[in-house]
Design a protein around this ligand. Structure first.
Ligand code: SF4
Length: 255
């Protein structure tokens, strides 16, 4: 019934979030293959921006939505959403026609591309993934393609941050591998001055286990002077997805 939208789900970060997947391919298409990815291994590594689905078809689906309360229309799904060239057009349509707020969950890999920086300026909220402080750990956790360099990403996020007027957030997935870099990652966050940092550990399907509650508390202690929200402390609204199967396909088994 719906091919490009899923949920809405109760997100610990965004309230009631309607997911929009502008890739919507059987294989996951991403510039990363994170060890904790809840939707399995990357089927196609790519850093190339292109049209995966038609703008008109996505808009037609959003028009068909039943009346549901939505806090954010969230661009996410099976892969890296900034690879979709029609991201900005669809966000602008939602803001104009639905008077809705748009959020973007990005793995940050494309932010060095000026066209991506310009496109995502229209978002009301952007959440950048930063899981490592060193290239070595970045490669172990995120498995980036196309020779992507962490330093260049962080520099580009800093430049974007200076001009961006929406809610600027950073998401960090902590696992055993990057626990040792928690202090360095916190230093990067202090420099970037996010409105909020989302501290996470993989509680849904993952190839690596989550941190224990005790380990996670040590992370929270490191971030105590930075505005943050933790996956363990967050409250969620109760909400029913319009299509459970499509939602699980994008988010893993546990909603
Ligand atoms: S977690 Fe996100 S960035 Fe990482 S491989 Fe999965 S879809 Fe790509």
């Amino acid at each position: 019934m719906y091919r490009y939208i899923y949920g809405p789900v109760s997100s610990w970060r965004f309230g009631v979030s309607l997911g929009i997947d502008l890739l919507s391919q059987e294989k996951k298409i991403c510039s990363f293959d994170c060890v904790y990815c809840q939707i399995g291994k990357t089927g196609l590594f790519s850093c190339e921006r292109k049209m995966f689905v038609s703008t008109e078809d996505v808009i037609e689906e959003i028009k068909r939505l039943p009346e549901v309360e939505i806090d954010y229309y969230t661009f996410s799904g099976r892969g890296e959403p900034t690879l979709a060239k029609n991201l900005k057009d669809i966000a602008l349509w939602i803001k104009r026609e639905k008077k809705g707020k748009c959020a973007l969950l990005t793995n940050s890999s494309t932010i060095t591309d000026i066209s991506v920086q310009e496109d995502i300026m229209v978002m009301d909220l952007v959440s950048f993934k930063i899981d490592a402080a060193t290239q070595k750990t970045f490669e172990k956790i995120n498995t980036p393609c196309c020779g992507i360099e962490l330093d260049k990403i962080i520099e580009a996020i800093g430049k974007f941050r200076k001009n961006y007027r929406g809610i600027f957030t950073i998401q960090i997935m902590f696992v055993e591998e990057n626990l040792k870099e928690a202090h360095e990652i916190a230093s990067i966050c202090r420099k970037l001055k996010p409105d909020i940092v989302y501290l996470n550990t993989p509680l849904r399907d993952s190839r690596v286990p989550p941190l224990t509650v005790e380990q996670f508390r040590t992370v929270e202690e490191v971030f105590r002077d930075i505005p943050h929200l933790s996956v363990f402390g967050a409250k969620k609204k109760k909400v029913e997805p319009i299509s459970l199967a499509d939602t699980i396909k994008r988010r893993g088994e546990k909603l």
